[in-house]
Every structure is written in structure tokens, then in C-alpha cells.
Design a protein around this ligand. Sequence first.
Ligand SMILES: Nc1ncnc2c1ncn2[C@@H]1O[C@H](COP(=O)(O)OP(=O)(O)OP(=O)(O)O)[C@@H](O)[C@H]1O
Length: 336
Amino acid sequence: MTTLEVRDLVKDFSVRSGFRHSRLRAVDHVSFTLAPGRTVALVGESGSGKSTVARMIARLEKPTAGTIEAEGPDGRRVDDRSYRHHVQMVFQDPFASLNPFHTIEHHLVRPLKLHGRAKGKDELRQQVEQLLERVNLTPGASVAQRRPHELSGGQRQRVAIARALAPGAQVVIADEPVSMLDVSIRLGVLNLLARLQREDRLAVLYITHDLATARHFSDEILVMYRGRVVERGAADDVILRSRHPYTRLLASAAPDPESGRGRAELLAGTGAEPAGAGSPPTTDSGCTFRDRCPRAMDICSRPVPDHTAGDGHTAKCWLYADEAKDACPAGPAARV
Ligand SMILES: Nc1ncnc2c1ncn2[C@@H]1O[C@H](COP(=O)(O)OP(=O)(O)OP(=O)(O)O)[C@@H](O)[C@H]1O
């Protein structure tokens, strides 16, 4: 049943400041499985390492350590040659990912030809039209002749999705697929992705800042903070029964639909604000969130144990560990 397995993925970047080089661990031992017909969401703020994970899966970046293995519908390991059509990516910016000089047809014909999905002009044209109609761009024959600038942002993202499907992908990595689109059309594009996933039993990795859509469109959520997965589990468990203080802070920072204000604003100045891009990943073995955590204890500088909160629901946090009892006489969990 496994379609893609990511095991202990690590990515270090070498960064230069002045004459000095240092190592920045952008992704720190991340593991998960993508299965047909299921969506896993990677959530976290800017700089947490989500896109680096996506880029490694799409082979745009080489892992420092760890493995990524794909399995085809026949249960066999997908070889290097087939990997490129097995795994496809939908990028954040639909305009940057399409060439303004070429027609939509050109964008779709290329992957169809490259991966041997159709031969001859008529078959190619027919497949292009079918792909466009599947993503609700109708009439396909007319949309195929347009250029990217003649389409809206939402329509361009639908073309990008059609292009990802063209090679017959089983795995789709959607990296913030709607964050650059107008709020009013975001849901339509996400619903489209969900429908295609059901129809083709795609395995989807959905990368987002947005906890609400992560919960609605995903089966499982992994919360990343500074390169590490700090909490994971079934979508409802992670959002409604969050255990890690960072997940709770993220959830509370999500805008309140009524007031439009996030609780992050209310927390401002308490030292408990969610960390943004200003918090680079670290190789420290303690909890990476402890310098901002409102519930930090001395023990948090030690390697963090996994707390099991329920079936498949885990959080990397000292608050629930027996060893932390001394740090909090009322019992560590009482501090949550
Ligand atoms: N090519 C690179 N060279 C050096 N550092 C990099 C490189 N790419 C990413 N990083 C760093 O790795 C960390 C993780 O970045 P990444 O883009 O994966 O985060 P992200 O969670 O996807 O953020 P965003 O939501 O803003 O895209 C950041 O600190 C980033 O500055």
C-alpha cells in the first residue's frame, strides 16, 4: 500500500556569513509515508523546513542523509527513470511555473510525450483536452490555445495541476498550492485537488501554513518546527487535541473567523509568539521550541522523548514524561 516512504530525511545547508561557513540543518530526521488516496499535511511557519522536504522528494535537492523510496501500483520499487513521472509537484506560484511564451497545450504535450502517455497529434490533442476538462477548464480545445497570461491565477494553478497529472503521477506534492491565489478561489482549487485525489487514488503531500485547510483536506498532519516534526497524528487529533505547546500556539494564532484577529496578537509581548523565519533551524539535541515555549523547563535542553497521546498521535515534548515530574511537582502534564 505504500506509495512513497520518507525515512530519517536530513538536509544540511552550508551558509556563509562573512568569511565563516556554518552548517544549517533545515530538515532533521523527518519520516512519513504517503499512501494511495490519502493526504498528509506538513504544517509549520516559514523556515520550518517544509519546502526543503518537498524539494528533496521532487529530487530538486539532494538529501544529506535518509531515504526516499517510491512503490508503484504493482508493489515494486519505482526505479530512477520512472520516479520522475511517479512523483509530481505543484508549486506555490502558478505564474512562475508556466512559460509565458508557450501555449497551455505546449505545457501539457511535453509531459505526455516525455512519459510516453500519448502518440500522434490527434491522440495528444485529445489527451490535452481531457486533462483540461478534468480540472474544469472548459472548453478544453479553446483553453489549450491560450497563453498563461490570458488566464487568471486560479486557472493557471489548474493548468499546473493538469500538468502534474499528465505523466500519470501517483504522488502529488502540493507546496502551498493556493497561498498566492485570491482567498475567494482557494477553496475551489483545494476541492479540485481533493476530487482528483479520490478519482485517481493519488497520494498527496499538502504543504501549508494554514491549519484549517490542513485539517479539512488531510488525513494526517505533521507539525514541523525548525526542521523537526514536533507533533503528528490524525488531522482531528492534532488540531482539536494538540499536545505540543507549539501546535497549540499555531492553532491559537490562526485568525478567528469572527474578529479576524489571531490569538498571536493577544500573546504578543508574552514571549510566546510563534517563531517565524527569524528562527533558523538548529542542531541542538534538546527541544527546539524551548526558547519560546511558555512552559519550558530545564529538562527541555535534553533530547526530547516521544509522548504517545493516542493511536498514531505523538508529540515530542518533555511535559508528559515521568522524568520531568521533578521539574513540575504537580505533574508535568498538569502544566499543559
Ligand atoms: N538553498 C539554501 N541554502 C541555505 N539555506 C536554505 C536553502 N534553502 C532553504 N534554506 C533554509 O532552510 C530553512 C528551511 O527553509 P524552507 O524553505 O524549507 O522552510 P519552509 O518551512 O518551507 O518555509 P516557507 O513556508 O517560507 O517556504 C530556512 O532556514 C531556510 O533559510
